[in-house]
Design a protein around this ligand. Structure first.
Ligand code: GRF
Length: 188
């Protein structure tokens, strides 16, 4: 059997998708580094609990590409071969996107190409969508625009608020992300 592919995960916040990636069977991939643009994001605890190396540093005062080069140095130092964005709330430089082209995925809480950007649950409700969900996609230069690798749908129910809808979608995010990442790294 192949060795698991070393993966780096980038987070900025709570890290529930990171936790799902850690908890999944890591046969195809192994998370070897969790990096953040925030000094102490809550999600870092999941990495520490699992004994995964971390790199966390505020990006303030640094040019976008200079910061991304720091992250890239860490990823390379840990032998990372694929990157998973999991609630990483900083736009990436074209240099970084290009360097990881075809090897970097993101999870987005909508059925792309609908509702790119932030506040997707509010947007789905405002649009009167009957279905909502999440997408794992390859990262390209344009925000939330790369080719979709997998999607999961949920119904929008009468009386839904952004919070109830977000919670329903999040369950699907946690189911969708690990097998989709595993399938991608198997192609590398
Ligand atoms: C998720 O909804 C993800 O789809 C979006 O940001 C949120 C991150 O949540 N990109 P968490 O940090 O994984 O809990």
């Amino acid at each position: 059997m192949r060795e698991p592919v070393p993966v780096g995960v980038l987070i900025s916040g709570r890290g529930s998708n990171l936790k799902a990636l850690i908890d999944a069977e890591q046969d195809a991939y192994r998370i070897v580094l969790v990096a953040s643009n925030v000094e102490e994001p809550p999600g870092l605890a999941h990495a520490r609990d699992a004994g995964i190396a971390t790199f966390a540093r505020g990006h303030r005062g640094m040019a976008r590409e200079a910061f991304d080069r720091l992250i890239d140095d860490e990823l390379r130092a840990h032998g990372v071969r694929a990157v998973a964005l999991a609630g990483y709330m900083r736009l990436l430089s074209p240099w970084f996107v290009d360097r990881w082209a075809g090897r970097m995925v993101n999870i987005h809480p909508s059925l792309l190409p609908r509702h790119k950007g932030l506040h997707t649950h509010e947007a789905a409700l405002a649009a009167g969508d009957a279905r909502h969900g999440c997408t794992v996609h390859l990262v390209t230069a344009a925000l939330d625009d790369g080719p979709a690798l997998a999607q999961a749908e949920v119904p929008v129910l009468p009386g839904d608020t952004p919070e109830t809808l977000a919670a329903r979608v999040l369950v699907e995010e946690h189911r969708l992300y690990p097998p989709t990442l595993a399938a991608l790294v198997e192609t590398l």
